[in-house]
Design a protein around this ligand. Structure first.
Ligand SMILES: CC(=O)CC(=O)C(=O)O
Ligand SMILES: [Mg+2]
Length: 222
C-alpha cells in the first residue's frame, strides 16, 4: 500500500502514460506520415516504465527497435475539460522520456489498420529520467532534447517545433481522458529516430537540466 505519495517518483504511482504521435513535422515527414491536424494519441501501461540502472528489453518479436526521445509532462493536479489558459496550473513537472518503438511491428499494424499496442506498449518501452520540478523548465515550448547511441548523436530537436503546444495537448487530452495526478504525457519526438541493437548504450538529455543513460538487452526466452 502506498502511504506516502511522492510525485517525484511518479512512475511508481501506476497512472496513465498518454503518448502523442507525429507532433513534430520533421519527424512525421521522415516516416512519410502526414502532419496531423489534431493530436494523434496512444497509451502505454505503467509496466512500460523503466528507470536508469535497469535495461531496455527488446521484445522477442521485434527486429527493428527504434528510440524516440520526448519531453514528458507530469500532471500534478487532475481535471477534465481543462481550458488551455489554465493548463499549465495542472503541471507538477517534467521528465525526459523515450518512446521505444518496435518499428517493424508498427509498420505491419499500420498496413493492416491494427492498433499499435505491440509496437509501443511492451515492458520497458518507456524509459524515464528523474523527475524535473516545473521551475527547472520555465518554458516547455523552448527546450532542446538530444539522444546519442554509443556516443553518436542521433536526435537533437527543440520543442519550439511541436505542432501542438503543451497547454494545447493538456486541454485536448483532458477533453477525452480525465487527467489524474501522476499521469505522464509524452509529447512526441523530433526527427532522427533510428534503430538500436542489443548491447547499445543510449544517452539522452535536456540541455542544462538532465541526462540519463540506458543499456539495451534482448528479452530472454522464457
Ligand atoms: C510514428 C510514431 O511512432 C509516432 C510517435 O510516437 C511520435 O513520437 O511521433
Ligand atoms: Mg513517440
Amino acid at each position: 500500500m502506498i502511504t506516502t505519495r511522492n510525485i517525484s517518483r511518479f512512475w511508481e504511482w501506476g497512472r496513465k502514460i498518454i503518448c502523442v504521435g507525429r507532433n513534430y513535422a520533421d519527424h512525421a515527414k521522415e516516416l512519410n506520415n502526414p502532419v496531423p491536424t489534431e493530436p494523434v494519441l496512444f497509451l502505454k501501461p505503467p509496466s512500460a516504465y523503466v528507470t536508469q540502472g535497469s535495461p531496455i528489453l527488446v521484445p522477442s518479436y521485434c527486429r527493428d527497435l527504434h528510440h524516440e526521445v520526448e519531453l514528458g509532462v507530469v500532471i500534478g493536479r487532475g481535471g477534465t475539460d481543462i481550458p488551455q489558459g489554465s493548463a499549465m496550473d495542472h503541471v507538477a513537472g517534467y521528465a525526459l522520456c523515450l518512446d521505444m518503438t518496435a518499428r517493424d511491428v508498427q509498420d505491419v499494424c499500420k498496413s493492416k489498420g491494427l492498433p499499435w499496442t505491440l509496437a509501443k506498449a511492451f515492458n520497458t518501452s518507456c524509459p524515464v529520467s528523474e523527475f524535473i520540478p516545473r521551475e527547472r523548465i520555465p518554458d516547455p515550448g523552448n527546450v532542446t532534447l538530444w539522444l546519442k547511441v554509443n556516443d553518436q548523436m542521433r536526435q537533437k530537436g527543440c520543442t519550439d517545433q511541436m505542432v501542438f503546444s503543451v497547454p494545447h495537448l493538456i486541454s485536448y487530452i483532458s477533453g477525452i481522458i480525465t487527467l489524474e495526478e501522476g499521469d505522464l504525457i509524452l509529447t512526441g519526438t523530433p526527427r532522427g529516430v533510428s534503430a538500436v541493437q542489443e548491447h547499445d548504450e543510449l544517452q539522452a538529455g535536456i540541455q542544462d537540466v538532465v541526462t540519463m543513460s540506458f543499456k539495451v538487452n534482448r528479452k530472454e526466452h522464457q
